[in-house]
Design a protein around this ligand. Structure first.
Ligand SMILES: [Zn+2]
Ligand SMILES: [Zn+2]
Length: 267
């Protein structure tokens, strides 16, 4: 072997190994600089948090969250007020109100969780996507133990609403959760084809009528046979997700589980 060739190869390997380390070094540098400039803050009270291991809420705010814990309905996840030892379905699930295969929410739609969702959705604080997506990891893992999840589908917004708001909160949450759990996100198969008035203040029947026929599948081939995790920020009566689930299942989707940051809890 030519003596120079060896040194050239060795130098090449050294350069290669340095270049190979560059992205991680650069990423670390960028991350550490960002932490100095933008230290992690509590999503509730904006207090600067001590370490990056707790990027969600400070202990005070965390204890003020109405997180849903057992006992809850095994199908729709609504918490039961009374301590119940036997597993049973809630009245809505016994009455066949929902079309999904299972649903979970991280918290009740009240207090601080409601406030944080409002700031995220209407206050332009889109950086809350990250802490909110992290809150979904626990219930998403519970759903994935019970169901096959191939893809995350965010509940779509009508293009006019998207233009008003500038972003779809469900798509942002799907992107965050998808990257945290390494699950692909399907942003395009499910479409909102009809403009609907906000569901706030409507009864269950009015809500059902309001969203009937509002969704359609753009492409059945992409999603047929898959297990879908349908993602939204809030579940109220479930009529919006019911419509989405019907459309997905008519298109040959195998099963649909629903995950939301919060849900309304009657009473
Ligand atoms: Zn706080
Ligand atoms: Zn239920």
């Amino acid at each position: 072997m030519h003596p120079n060739k060896r040194s050239v190869t060795t130098a090449g390997l050294e350069i290669k190994s340095v270049v190979g380390r560059l992205p991680s070094l650069a990423a670390r540098l960028v991350r550490e600089t960002l932490l100095l400039v933008f230290p992690p803050m509590c999503a509730g009270c904006s207090r600067v948090l001590d370490s990056e291991e707790s990027p969600l809420f400070c202990p005070d705010c965390f204890s003020a969250l109405d997180l849903i814990s057992e006992p809850y309905c095994p199908l729709c996840g609504i918490p039961f007020v009374a301590e119940i030892t036997t597993s049973h379905l809630c009245g809505d699930c016994l009455g066949g109100v929902y079309t999904f295969d299972r649903a979970r929410a991280k918290g009740s739609y009240q207090g601080l969780i409601r406030e944080v969702i409002h700031r995220f959705k209407y206050g332009g604080q889109t950086f809350l996507m990250r802490p909110l997506a992290r809150m979904l990891i626990g219930p998403a893992k519970e759903l994935s133990r019970l169901h096959r999840i191939d893809t995350i589908v965010p509940v779509p917004l009508h293009y006019k609403r998207l233009r008003q708001r500038g972003f779809n909160q469900a798509s942002l949450l799907a992107r965050g959760l998808g990257s945290l759990l390494q699950i692909p996100v399907d942003y395009s198969s499910l479409k909102r084809t009809r403009w609907t008035e906000p569901q706030t203040g409507l009864s269950r029947n009015q809500r059902a009528a309001n969203v009937k026929g509002a969704f359609a599948l753009k492409s059945k081939a992409k999603i047929r046979g898959k297990g879908v995790l349908l993602l939204d920020d809030v579940l109220t009566t479930g009529e919006t997700v019911n419509q989405c689930v019907r459309v997905l299942k008519d298109g040959g989707v195998r099963e649909v589980v629903v995950l939301t940051v919060a849900r309304t809890v009657a009473g």
